[in-house]
Write a protein that binds this ligand. Structure first.
Ligand code: NDP
Length: 262
């Protein structure tokens, strides 16, 4: 390691939800730093093509795997397949896949709860555990970065000064940010680091449903006065995966345009 160059050449990084939105930006960022990338997606028809194109653009090996992160058997099987396809070179995981249900609290059901927590909390645990178990069994070290959200800390107001009606999403992000600290603590003796990157508002499919009035109101509450683009989330994640972050673990890093200042 010299200077501040970051290179993942000949190493593989797994990105869940790496085919679109913030995850796609992560896929591109680690590929740009030389990593081979295994992308996990749920159902998108174009995921294989999108993943292949990143490989061609950056001259690295990329492969897409259809896998629901909440399905333990499938996650374990997929991680074994990735390990074999990439010759045991997996050094990092970005557990990024996430979903939301936007409804007033009085209308939420147990199914809604399961839909959100199965992906945002159990899905993160599932993928992190599968990879950590493999690293521990093979005496390898690695870094895990989890995408949480600034909503682990705050409840946003809509333009009408009413809550944004996603209590299961917000609470799942608080849960996963805490989960990261527990995993970091348990796996530190094995040389496995676990950290959280928590975005503020980012322009992706997840925020595309917001009407203009709400969006403008929210942007006005952000010191930098705008939503982020997905690529603006990547710097912190790439750093945490790299050898420049070997003393960083168990922390939540907010990339929110300064929103948590106010
Ligand atoms: P998108 O809705 O754009 O993309 C979600 C991604 O997750 C897709 O790739 C999707 O795959 C994948 N995914 C969803 N469920 C599963 C599952 N069960 N198994 C495997 N993959 C799954 O989300 P964003 O890019 O906006 O968000 C990415 C992360 O960042 C999420 O954790 C989100 O909560 C968080 N975040 C987003 C913010 C924002 O403003 N956008 C703000 C703060 C945090 P497929 O394409 O196949 O459906």
């Amino acid at each position: 390691m010299s200077g501040f160059n970051i290179s993942f050449k000949d190493k593989c990084i797994v990105v869940t939800g790496g085919n679109r939105g913030i995850g796609y930006a992560f896929t591109r960022a680690v590929a740009n730093a030389g990593a081979n990338v295994a992308v996990i997606y749920r159902s998108a028809k174009d995921a294989e093509q999108v993943t292949q194109e990143v490989g061609k653009e950056f001259g690295v090996k990329t492969k897409a795997y259809k896998c629901d992160v909440s399905d333990t058997d499938l996650v374990n099987k997929t991680m074994k397949q990735i390990d074999s396809d990439f010759g045991g070179s997996v050094v990092g995981l970005i557990a990024n896949a996430g979903v939301s249900v936007v409804k007033p609290a009085l209308e939420l059901s147990h199914d809604d709860f399961q839909k959100v927590y199965d992906v945002n909390v159990f899905g993160v645990f599932n993928t992190a555990r599968a990879i950590a178990k493999h690293w521990i069994d093979t005496k390898k070290q690695g870094s895990i970065v989890v995408t949480s959200s600034m909503s682990s800390q705050i409840i946003n107001q809509s333009a009408l000064n009413t809550p944004l009606t996603q209590v299961f999403y917000n609470s799942s992000k608080a849960a996963v940010s805490n989960l990261v600290k527990g995993l970091a603590s348990e796996w530190a003796p094995h040389g496995i680091r676990v950290n959280t990157v928590s975005p503020g508002y980012v322009n992706t499919d997840q925020t595309s449903h917001m009407d203009k009035k709400v969006r403008d109101h929210q942007a006005n509450n952000i010191p930098l006065k705008r939503f982020a683009e997905p690529h603006e989330m990547t710097g912190q994640a790439v750093l945490l995966l790299s050898d420049h972050a070997t003393y960083m673990t168990g922390q939540e890093y907010f990339v929110d345009g300064g929103q948590l200042i106010w």
